[in-house]
Design a protein around this ligand. Structure first.
Ligand code: ADP
Ligand code: MG
Length: 286
């Protein structure tokens, strides 16, 4: 394509709220065969809310909030906000440690405690009843956080983050173009699958650690050129690895820096618009 055509394309994109960092990106967009999406904040709104608490509600929430006070994870914010809404006293924790893709652990009144997923449970025991509750909440597309204190899982907190209104339509438009769609998330398999069913994503790769997101993109690249759409710190390596990195405007600075395209309106339908724009320009030139 001529530099002028690319300039026209990036200019048109900018008007639509699709920032294209350089013309070559627009050219690559035309060759994409697979579009990979992060879940939280990309497909979903990214404002998770507590919906269910299993166990001694106040105690479970209080212990969880005490640990999550130190974390900046969206799930942590949901838990702390709920505790504040219920006017619960948030205690003090010591020896706080966050484990990426798992949760946090710390000491509360001298006792070891954790808040996070199964991977962080280690030698804390958990009843059959809680195991079953966890699975059924996950099938409702809710992320379940385990709360452990002194060797026992004392309860569960279910947190829901709903798909953005336009996600389903956006995914469908890509499918109509014949593109393969994939969800890549650190969240649990059941939750990821439930959200994927809601919006119509073909393939789900769940329980991926932040470090492995880029690795999964490389595997998908064996079958064609990949666009990755994400918003988080943990998405930055995947955004740079993909042939086209598409960052949400609401995303973290590092995600925005790593993307070749930024969707200012945070609307996934703009992925299809970027594809249409690229097609228009390149079809005209040919
Ligand atoms: P995503 O790919 O959806 O952005 P993350 O890699 O940030 O997911 O987190 C993956 C999983 O790790 C979460 O679904 C949750 O189970 C667990 N987790 C991470 N941080 C926390 C935290 N602060 N509190 C509770 N759970 C957490
Ligand atoms: Mg995210």
């Amino acid at each position: 394509a001529t530099p002028t055509a690319l300039m026209v394309g990036t200019g048109r994109g900018a008007k639509l709220g699709i920032l294209i960092k350089n013309g070559e990106v627009l050219e690559t967009v035309n060759d994409i065969t697979t579009v990979v999406f992060d879940k939280t904040g990309t497909i979903t709104v990214g404002k998770p809310k507590v919906t269910d608490i299993v166990g001694d509600n106040k105690h479970v929430l209080q212990v969880a909030a005490t640990l999550e006070e130190f974390s900046e994870h969206p799930l942590a914010t949901a838990i702390v906000d709920e505790a504040k809404d219920q006017a619960l006293f948030i205690g003090q924790a010591q020896d706080f440690k966050a484990v990426g893709g798992q949760g946090v652990f710390a000491k509360v009144k001298g006792q070891q405690a954790f808040v996070g997923n199964e991977k962080l449970r280690h030698n804390f025991d958990m009843t059959q009843e809680l195991q079953q509750k966890m699975a059924s909440l996950q099938d409702e597309a809710k992320t379940v956080v385990l709360v452990g204190l002194d060797q026992h899982v004392i309860g569960l907190i279910a947190i829901q983050d709903v798909p953005k209104e336009t996600s389903k339509e956006a995914l469908n438009a890509l499918k109509v173009r014949g593109l393969k769609t994939v969800m890549l998330t650190g969240d649990n398999q059941r939750v990821a699958q439930a959200i994927a069913n809601q919006v119509g994503i073909e393939q789900v790769i769940a329980e991926v650690t932040p470090n492995d997101k880029a690795k999964q993109v490389k595997l998908l690249q064996e079958n064609g050129k990949v666009a990755f759409v994400g918003d988080g710190i943990n998405d930055a390596p995947a955004l740079s690895t993909a042939e086209v990195g598409i960052a949400m405007g609401s995303g973290t600075d590092i995600a925005i820096d790593s993307g070749g395209i930024v969707l200012v309106k945070n609307d996934l339908r703009d992925v299809d618009k970027a594809l249409a724009l690229s097609k228009k320009i390149f079809d005209r030139i040919k």
